[in-house]
Design a protein. Structure first.
Length: 143
């Protein structure tokens, strides 16, 4: 009986299930601790573990692509500032979260257009976005 309780404790400690669930898993596997752990793990995942890993891979891919793209604000040929696209996205989210910031952003955008500033989103040259032959997207007025 003592050995049986130790097996239940091992299963409970490793999986976080209750004593009842650990005992049931152990009984269903004829006291095979390893098989009980595997069965509980598969039950816990319920087919979502692979989907979760795929989602994490996609998010990492998007972040890496955002780091490869740069947002540049230029006046003529001079670059005023340059930031990774991910930071630009965070800025847009911040603007949308606050009406005061949105008004300030809109005024800044109008002022920048009036002063002949341009914004370019520069990416990798092998991407197949709506890019011209130089490998960047351009917005704003060009001189």
């Amino acid at each position: 009986m003592h050995e049986y309780m130790e097996k239940i404790d091992v299963i409970k400690d490793r999986t976080g299930v209750s004593y009842k669930e650990a005992a049931r898993a152990l009984e269903e596997t004829n006291n095979d601790v390893l098989q009980a752990l595997i069965d509980l793990e598969e039950k816990e995942c319920n087919g979502m573990c692979g989907a979760r890993e795929d989602l994490v891979k996609r998010i990492r891919s998007i972040i890496n692509k955002g780091q490869a793209k740069k947002i540049k604000v230029k006046k003529g040929e001079r670059t005023v500032f340059e930031i990774p696209a991910n930071m630009g996205i965070i800025g847009v989210i911040a603007l949308l979260s606050s009406s005061e910031l949105a008004v300030i952003g809109a005024l800044g955008g109008v002022t920048a257009m009036a002063k002949n500033y341009t914004m370019e989103i520069e990416g990798e040259k092998d991407q197949k976005d709506n890019q011209d032959e130089e490998g960047f997207l351009s917005f704003g007025r060009k001189n």
